[in-house]
Each structure stands twice: as structure tokens, then as C-alpha cells.
Design a protein around this ligand. Structure first.
Ligand code: SF4
Ligand code: SF4
Length: 105
């Protein structure tokens, strides 16, 4: 199982938007906003689809990789650049790999 982590220092609550992107796109309706920060209501119900991770324009949501995939502290950080999403894979030893993919939204 992956783990979704929301970095509240980066989350703006998508102020000014009718509905924050992570809230709008979570297929399980698991994300809520409280005091202009997003929270996962019940992490146990998250099925790691990463829709919220990919949607955040501020890179505030991160995916921690499980031990079997990435060893301790390995994680994936997405950054949106228009129609491109850049995934940065950070290994536990600090090595980094970058992948670019096109997005539809
Ligand atoms: S999309 Fe990002 S900035 Fe917007 S509410 Fe969600 S986590 Fe916060
Ligand atoms: S990973 Fe998918 S199911 Fe889990 S909180 Fe994000 S959007 Fe919802």
C-alpha cells in the first residue's frame, strides 16, 4: 500500500476555486477542507489512485512508497507544468529520477 501525505505548508486550500481540485477528483470523496487545508477523511479507505496527487497545482500531496518498492523515505513528487506532469522519484539514498507524462486535465 502507498501512503498519501498532504503537506499543509504547501496547501493553499485552492482559495478562489469553487471546489479544490483534490476534493473534486477523489473518486472516493475522501478529501475535505478544514481551515483552508485539505485532509483525507479516512486514510484507510484510500485506494492509492493518486488522482489527488496529480491534481494539486502546488505539489502539496506526495506519495510515500512502501518498503517493498522504494525502501525507507522513498517518495514520488509530482509537479504540474501545463499539460505535462513531471514525476520526481526520490530514492532513500537521495538519488533522483524524473519522468514526464502528458495529462488530460
Ligand atoms: S489541490 Fe492541493 S492546494 Fe488545492 S486543496 Fe488540494 S492539496 Fe490543497
Ligand atoms: S489517492 Fe485517490 S482515493 Fe486516495 S485520497 Fe487521493 S484521490 Fe482519493
Amino acid at each position: 500500500m502507498l501512503t498519501i501525505v498532504i503537506h499543509h505548508e504547501k496547501c493553499t486550500g485552492c482559495k478562489g476555486m469553487k471546489e479544490p481540485l483534490c476534493v473534486k477528483l477523489c473518486p472516493g470523496d475522501l478529501i475535505m477542507i478544514k481551515n483552508e487545508k485539505s485532509f483525507i477523511r479516512d486514510p484507510g479507505d484510500c485506494w492509492d489512485c493518486m488522482a489527488c496527487v496529480k491534481s494539486c497545482p502546488y505539489g502539496a500531496i506526495e506519495t510515500k512508497l512502501p518498503y517493498e518498492l522504494g525502501y525507507k523515505d522513498a517518495h514520488l513528487i509530482p509537479k504540474r507544468k501545463g499539460k505535462i506532469i513531471v514525476w520526481e522519484l526520490v530514492y532513500s539514498d537521495g538519488r533522483r529520477e524524473v519522468f514526464e507524462r502528458q495529462v488530460r486535465l
